[in-house]
Design a protein around this ligand. Sequence first.
Ligand SMILES: Nc1nc2c(ncn2[C@@H]2O[C@H](COP(=O)(O)OP(=O)(O)OP(=O)(O)O)[C@@H](O)[C@H]2O)c(=O)[nH]1
Ligand SMILES: [Zn+2]
Length: 370
Amino acid sequence: MTTVETMSTDGQLLGTVLAVQANFYRVQLHIENKTTKVETEKTDSHPQATAPIMLCTRRTRLKKIGQQVMVGDRVVVSEPDWSGGRGAISHVLPRESELDRPAIANVDQILLAFAVTDPPLEPYQLSRFLVKAESSYVDVLLCLNKCDLISPEEEEEIAQRLRGWGYDPVFVSVYNGTNIDGLLKYLSDKITVIAGPSGVGKSSLINVLIPTVNLRVGEVSGKLARGRHTTRHTELFKLPGGGLLADTPGFNQPDLDCTPEELIYYFPEARERLAKSSCRFSDCLHRDEPDCVVRGDWERYEHYLQFLHEAIARQLQLHQQADPESTLKMKSKGQGKQQYEPKLESKKYRRVSRKTQLQELEHLYQDSED
Ligand SMILES: Nc1nc2c(ncn2[C@@H]2O[C@H](COP(=O)(O)OP(=O)(O)OP(=O)(O)O)[C@@H](O)[C@H]2O)c(=O)[nH]1
Ligand SMILES: [Zn+2]
């Protein structure tokens, strides 16, 4: 768990950047509201969500050294003007992590939301989201909503299956409020980003997790997600039990953009096998290599092979873009088996038209289908 410091060792005022608006940064200070005269946000009616907020500028020194300030950054606030609620960011503390989409620093975990049914829980889609989340190298918390629609026996069945995948899902129901408090406990004192396909109840979940959010984005659309899409900015919202939550733009099929070699590490159940013993070849792709400790009867092995196929196709496409004259380095061994021959990625990237890229991809897929 992250320990959020309130003061730096030399007594400086610390805070976390909640949002970036033009040249201003909305910073939540790491101190109790009681100790200051700063007004909290007017929309914050919940007692635990009342840490003071300051609107800050970025010190010229930071601009000069090219130090960017991101949402999620822990910063030193200097020259606090307590009555006006203004300050200046003079330092950015080292980041523990940095997500791309959405651009947020120091994310502790991804809350992956799915529904147990309606829309049906599709293992392949769930796997894709899980692998995508794992590839960001922050913890993954799987939350399954709409448990009011299934029986306790069905719930246990799903739980067992997902434990086999290396996850212990948190079952909730926004409808009848089941386990929302339990979920909040997992989120306290952390920076969490919520993701998941549409229709699983993400917006409904955000609305119960952050009772004040409706007020905040009400003018835009009534939904945090929609509001975010309209305003196109990333924002961290304070959770009543402590902790901060951000939403991601909705997507149904996340792109997997990892390399074939790293893919296996995004499957916890395979990671476990690799922690106990190793394959004969250090560059084993766990397909038909001899003495592979990963290949075997685990449920998601099929998903792994599918994603691996995609990762290889993507990497070949990248090589091809880098060096269009080269022939594809995929040798067909018949019976749908290919031999993948990695080669170093070239630094000279030349522009290839979109059409050419698509044609190449098509050929690649045709080749691999043969
Ligand atoms: N039965 C049941 N239905 C729910 C629950 N939570 C949400 N729903 C319903 O599921 C549907 C989708 O909910 P949303 O909150 O809009 O889902 P979303 O994931 O935000 O979907 P997008 O806005 O498309 O991204 C709505 O009709 C909700 O009323 C729940 O706990 N149980
Ligand atoms: Zn192997």
